[in-house]
Design a protein around this ligand. Structure first.
Ligand code: URA
Length: 196
């Protein structure tokens, strides 16, 4: 069985990568999911957002952030003058964990080469991790999202290209904890500055 690393490296286009993920048999979450949720948006975007994993609605439609958190995500993007069509949106995991439980670090680790290749093929200027699962994986940190949000790192790809990498609160968390929106909006403004 081919590893995610090898399958990801072989994919030369987004279509090939989507195909490789749909054929990948190394992640148990795939068995209980209805759809593979790849990504959506502008394949030449300057900004890529990486969430956690599909929820119920995303699993049904096969598209990321089409449920309640997606509505808030659209408002977050609008606050810095961007639309969903201008950016690119994906998740650290392409399959919904049963009952929307949080994915384990082992589960995210298995699929991580796919998301790294996914971002590399788009070659954006800035990457935002939405929430702790994606921040811990891509920022290679053990600290939680409360510590990681608002901090910046460099994301360095296998081909040597680089992007500015940051994290902010996940929209689903902001829906439950609206008093944290102030910090999220501050992080969005910092992102807009990096993009300008
Ligand atoms: N939450 C996520 O992290 N991703 C989605 O696509 C939907 C909800």
């Amino acid at each position: 069985r081919q590893s995610a690393r090898d399958a990801a490296a072989e994919a030369k286009t987004l279509d090939e990568l989507k195909d490789a993920i749909e054929k990948f048999e190394g992640c148990a979450l795939k068995k209980s999911a209805s759809n593979t949720v790849f990504g959506t948006g502008n394949p030449e975007a300057k900004l890529v957002l990486v969430g956690e994993a599909p929820g119920a609605e995303e699993d049904r439609q096969g598209l990321p952030f089409v449920g309640p958190s997606g509505k808030l995500l659209d408002a977050m993007l609008r606050s810095i003058g961007l639309s969903r069509e201008e950016v690119y949106i994906t998740n650290i995991l392409p399959w919904r964990p049963p009952g929307n439980r949080q994915p384990t670090t082992a589960e995210t680790a298995v699929c991580e080469p796919f998301v790294r290749r996914h971002i590399e093929l788009i070659a954006p200027k800035v990457v935002i991790c939405l929430g702790g699962s994606s921040a811990k994986a891509l920022m290679e940190e053990d600290r939680g999202i409360t510590r990681l949000r608002g901090t910046w790192k460099e994301l360095i790809f296998a081909d040597g290209a680089k992007a500015d990498l940051t994290a902010m609160f996940h929209p689903a968390y902001l829906l439950r904890t609206p008093e944290q929106k102030r910090l999220a909006w501050r992080d969005l403004r910092a992102t807009a500055q990096k993009l300008s």
